[in-house]
Structures are given as structure tokens and as C-alpha cells.
Design a protein around this ligand. Sequence first.
Ligand SMILES: Nc1nc2c(ncn2[C@@H]2O[C@H](COP(=O)(O)OP(=O)(O)O)[C@@H](O)[C@H]2O)c(=O)[nH]1
Ligand SMILES: [Mg+2]
Length: 279
Amino acid sequence: MGSLASVAVPESPASLEESIARRPRFRREQGDGSHARPIERVRVSVIIPTLNEAENLPHVFSRLPDGLHEVIVVDGHSTDGTREVARALRPDVRIIEQTGRGKGNALRAGFAAATGDIIAMLDADGSTDAAELPRFVAALLNGADFVKGSRFAQGGHSSDITLSRRIGNRGLNLLVNTLYGTNYTDLCYGYNAFWARCLPYIQVDCDGFEVETLMNVRVAKAGLVVHEVPSFERERVYGESNLNAVRDGLRVLRTIGVERSSRSQRVRLSAGLRRLGID
Ligand SMILES: Nc1nc2c(ncn2[C@@H]2O[C@H](COP(=O)(O)OP(=O)(O)O)[C@@H](O)[C@H]2O)c(=O)[nH]1
Ligand SMILES: [Mg+2]
């Protein structure tokens, strides 16, 4: 398994400074010295949302690379012993109980609690492979602000996605690329990593599975540098997906539309869609 220490990184902190200097707008807006840390000491926080994933955690945790700053499990009131299993597997794990419901709500809590320089999010069902993390971190160290995993970029693959989800994802992906001028190949995938300094541009304020779309659209709107890396999605090891293709597809569609409008339009559109039962 890969180790974060073995990531191919620019040789000195000066290289990172150089890549930041090429994006003066971003540096000016940050202005908080958050890049002063030498690359070798960059801290990586991993956020894992869990909803009854006790059986899957041994596999998921066994794939985590060495050298992580922290692993944060955000649990959705699981009743199968998920929190206890997480603690037994990894005594240093940070466990947070989410306050609301849904994956988006859980990730918001995890992002707020993270203390690392880089935040990575992955699933707890064995679909996303934590051993791929060094690839994401390398892309961030090489100049990306936000790194999207992609099952459909060259070298990526999914043995988990159903035909209907594949078609829906492709259509929604095309819509986002058309509306926002992006070149994404995989809109609705839960494996991403980004510099913590990007959080003010992301500000997750949705609750459900539309969270990845919201993040991808907001980083595009903010003009952040987004790289995609290929990722191999496996079938969930135990249990069943919590996602409903139609219900959650509509939520994704609504998110794309709402994000497209101005702030005041957004409030009105959001209220209108809610009246139609699309929330
Ligand atoms: N905390 C929390 N985690 C969730 C919730 N819904 C899903 N998850 C987690 O999000 C990840 C992806 O969920 P999953 O049901 O596999 O959806 P899919 O991968 O899109 O089919 C898994 O780690 C789930 O345990 C939730 O309401 N709360
Ligand atoms: Mg899954």
C-alpha cells in the first residue's frame, strides 16, 4: 500500500510557493500564511461518513496509508456498532456524531472539525480505496486546489455503479460542463481531496447525496484549479447503498439549477422547487 511519505512531491517548499505564486488572486484572498508549512509536513485529514458500516470498516481502515494527520468518522447515529468498531480498529480515530441527517450534513460536520492542511473525503463501504490517497495528495502538491476522483477518466473504473446511475451521472455531468464550462468526467463521485483553505469557497449547506455536485459546482464558480485523478470504485463490501437514483438524481438536478442563479433568484427558486416536492 502507498504511504504518504512516498508521494512524488516537488523537492522543496519553494516549489509549492511557486505554484501558489502563479495564482495571485487566490493567494491575495487567502493572505493567512497557510502555505508557509513545508511540504513534507503537510497534514492530511481524512473524513469518512458512516451510516451502519461496522462490517465494512475493517477493510476500509486497512487501506488507509501511513502518515495521516487524523481520521475523522462522522457517524449518522448508526445502530450496528460502527463507532465502537472504528474506535477498536484505530484508537486515535476522531468520532463525531452528526447533528442532522444525510451525507452532506455529515461531511459539513467533518469539514468543520478537520484540522489538517488537506482534507480528503472517502466512503466507508469499501467502494473508494484509501490506498489511492497519495495520488490525490500528489495532485494537490503539484498545483491543484481541488482534486476530484474520477471513475471515467482514463485509468478509472467502477464495478459498483448501476446502468441507470451511470446514465444519470453522464447527463448531469454534461449539464454541469455546459453550464459552468468545466471538463469534468465524473460529477457524482464521493472521493475528493482539497486544501482546507478552499472551504470558504465550498461552504457545504446541503444535506444529501447532492453534496459532491454542490462542491464541484462551487469550486468551478470560484475559479479554483481542479484536477481529476483516475479512481477505481469497487462494489460496496457489505450492505446496501442508501442512495435512491430518482430521488437523489432530482436533488442533484435541483442543486445544479439553484447554483446557476443569483443569490436572490436562488432563494426564490429553492422555495418554488420545495413546493413542488423537489428538495
Ligand atoms: N454519516 C452519514 N453517512 C452517510 C449517510 N448516508 C450515507 N452515508 C455514508 O456515505 C457513504 C456513501 O453512501 P452509500 O450508501 O454507499 O451511497 P452510494 O455510494 O452513493 O451508493 C457511505 O460511507 C455511507 O455510510 C448519512 O445519512 N449519514
Ligand atoms: Mg457506496
